[in-house]
Design a protein around this ligand. Structure first.
Ligand SMILES: CC(C)(COP(=O)(O)OP(=O)(O)OC[C@H]1O[C@@H](n2cnc3c(N)ncnc32)[C@H](O)[C@@H]1OP(=O)(O)O)[C@@H](O)C(=O)NCCC(=O)NCCS
Length: 138
């Protein structure tokens, strides 16, 4: 959590929108639930990448993978994602999902390159249990 501000900065710099689930309190809860799955990547002590993994006990989920734009296209995105997938494998997770917003369609190629498949057989649906809690952009 001591790296919270830096991580938020990398997310913002790389175009990831920060919502109500990304406050310090919410990320702390996420970290407590998934203590081994929140990874940061450093070069010479400088944080340049981040990814947040979660498991609900059945599936794994990947959220907010980002590499600082100054360090993209040098293999670090693949490196940190590989590390997270290995952790899911060690936990015995059978399948891992992630969601890509349609404005960000280009990133599909990055994942396909790494063996991910688009699911044509699924429709993603969402529900907000409490309007007072959820905000898409902070
Ligand atoms: C997606 C992201 C994490 C990739 O990180 P990166 O460090 O630039 O990617 P890498 O250098 O590890 O790329 C691995 C491979 O994917 C390719 N690749 C990377 N980004 C790509 C893109 N946008 N389109 C097509 N191919 C891409 C690379 O060329 C490389 O291929 P190679 O192994 O054949 O050389 C980074 O672009 C990013 O932070 N994007 C903004 C945030 C974002 O959209 N996150 C995903 C949310 S779902």
């Amino acid at each position: 959590m001591e790296s919270y501000e830096t991580v938020i900065n990398i997310w913002r710099k790389s175009g990831i929108s920060i919502g109500s689930s990304d406050t310090k309190e919410e990320l702390e809860r996420m970290l407590q639930r998934n203590p081994t799955l929140f990874l940061i990547g450093k070069i010479n002590k400088r944080i340049i990448g981040v990814v947040m993994g979660g498991s609900d006990g059945r599936r794994g989920y990947i959220h907010h993978l980002a590499i600082d734009p100054d360090y993209q296209r040098r293999g670090y995105g693949k490196m940190i994602l590989d590390r997270l997938i290995e952790k899911f494998r060690q936990m015995g997770v059978h399948k891992v999902h992630l969601f890509i917003e349609k404005y960000n369609i280009d990133v599909v190629k990055f994942y396909q390159n790494l063996g991910w498949e688009i699911r044509e057989d699924l429709i993603m649906m969402s529900h907000v249990p409490d309007d007072k809690l959820y905000k898409r952009n902070l």
